[in-house]
Design a protein around this ligand. Structure first.
Ligand SMILES: Nc1ncnc2c1ncn2[C@@H]1O[C@H](COP(=O)(O)OP(=O)(O)OP(=O)(O)O)[C@@H](O)[C@H]1O
Ligand SMILES: [Mg+2]
Ligand SMILES: [Zn+2]
Length: 365
């Protein structure tokens, strides 16, 4: 199991940072002052889904201690295993939620089957279609007694104000380097990994405040160390691995894409993943590269600061590639890979959405 799933906090005390939110939710649980709708807004990988599930678990726990769920009763276990039928998670990003909201409207009418509360967690809720958002608003205007909504979003400014005003809002913060470091140290201890503190700091500093990014980066470092038989991981090892995602890998991959050779693309990707390439970093770099391509395509002479992260060599190679791609196709590449990147965090196999994207791109004109 990947680290960020394995080490998802199962109690409030394990949550790092977000103290203002943990405190308010804990009090609400202890005083049984539960709202019908919550909005969890903030950067990705900062604990929104984690706290939503924790909250759902605590209010449904049959044996709660203070505000903490017991993690032993059937309600806790079902939620921990992701098989509680009264905890419904809807991902508005991948299906825009129309069908789901329809089901939600139906489902919300009925009392929970097994748990005390029926909890709907709506992820990336700013992406709900207009119809879906309006349907949700209707429900929020007269919420059934036993139903609780937790809307999560990375872009609250895109949500309709009438929905926001019906929710109790919590703003999540990016995690700081010391906060991330604390958890990375904990994981390394639990996993028996020998690694320099400075190396962990480097990982924490390169995670843009997202715990998930830090944890999957650590995963990558550990995999690399195992394949290379490294006993104690150093700062230099981490630097090496950071450098693994160099622009040459991306540009070679784009060559195979242009050749419309899905087998080569998938093989090349997986070869590098086995060597420790992080699929999330790969997707990010690939999209950055294609975006540079699009900018150059619009105006080849443009001296855009966005291209500064490309070396001269990489820039001329990219220009060469651009001669072989139409702008229309380049936009298609970007669109498909952006969608894939969005789906990766929900996928049991992180690279699977990338592989599907490759097949899609190589198949049709
Ligand atoms: N505050 C935190 N304390 C401890 N671990 C955290 C925290 N936030 C995130 N994590 C770790 O990162 C993983 C992903 O977190 P989570 O799914 O809660 O993020 P999110 O805010 O919902 O992100 P997204 O917007 O991408 O859905 C968790 O499984 C956990 O391992
Ligand atoms: Mg989430
Ligand atoms: Zn319990």
């Amino acid at each position: 199991m990947v680290l960020y799933r394995k080490y998802r906090p199962k109690t409030f005390s394990e949550v790092i940072g977000q103290e203002h939110i943990v405190r308010t939710l804990s009090n609400a649980i202890e005083e049984n002052m539960i709202s019908h709708a919550y909005l969890f807004a903030g950067p990705w990988g900062s604990g929104k889904t984690t706290l939503a599930r924790l909250f759902a678990k605590a209010i449904n726990c049959e044996n709660r201690k203070g505000h903490e769920p017991c993690n032993k009763c059937s309600a806790c276990k079902e939620i921990n295993d992701g098989r509680a039928i009264d905890l419904i998670e809807i991902d508005a990003a991948s299906n825009r939620g129309i069908e789901e909201i329809r089901q939600l409207k139906e489902g919300a009418k009925f009392a929970p089957t097994r748990l005390k509360y029926k909890v709907f967690i709506i992820d990336e809720s700013h992406q709900l279609s207009k119809d879906a958002a309006n349907a949700l608003l209707k429900i929020l205007e007269e919420p059934p007694q036993h139903v609780i909504f937790i809307l999560a979003t990375t872009q609250p400014e895109k949500m309709i104000p009438t929905i926001i005003s019906r929710c109790q809002r919590f703003d999540f913060h990016k995690l700081t380097v010391p906060q991330i470091l604390k958890k990375l140290e904990f994981i390394c201890k639990a996993e028996n990994i020998d690694i320099e503190k400075e190396a962990l700091e480097l990982i924490a500093a390169n995670s843009s405040g997202a715990m998930r990014d830090a944890e999957s980066f650590l995963d990558q470092v550990i995999t690399y160390a195992k394949t290379q038989n490294i006993k104690k991981i150093t700062t230099n090892d981490v630097k090496d691995i950071l450098g693994l995602i160099d622009v040459n890998i991306i540009s070679q991959f784009v060559d195979f894409l242009i050749q419309k050779n899905p087998a080569k693309c998938v093989e090349f990707l997986n070869k590098h993943l086995e060597k420790g390439l992080n699929p999330f970093e790969f997707a990010k770099s690939l999209i950055g590269y294609l975006r540079s391509g699009l900018i150059l395509k619009i105006d080849p002479n443009l001296d855009n600061p966005l291209l500064e992260n490309l070396t001269l060599e990489a820039k001329s190679k990219l220009k060469e590639q651009l001669n072989k791609i139409e702008e229309r196709n380049l936009r298609k590449f970007l669109k498909i890979f952006l969608e894939a990147q969005n789906k990766m965090k929900y996928s049991p196999i992180p690279q699977l959405p990338l592989e599907l994207a490759i097949v899609e791109i190589c198949q049709n004109e």
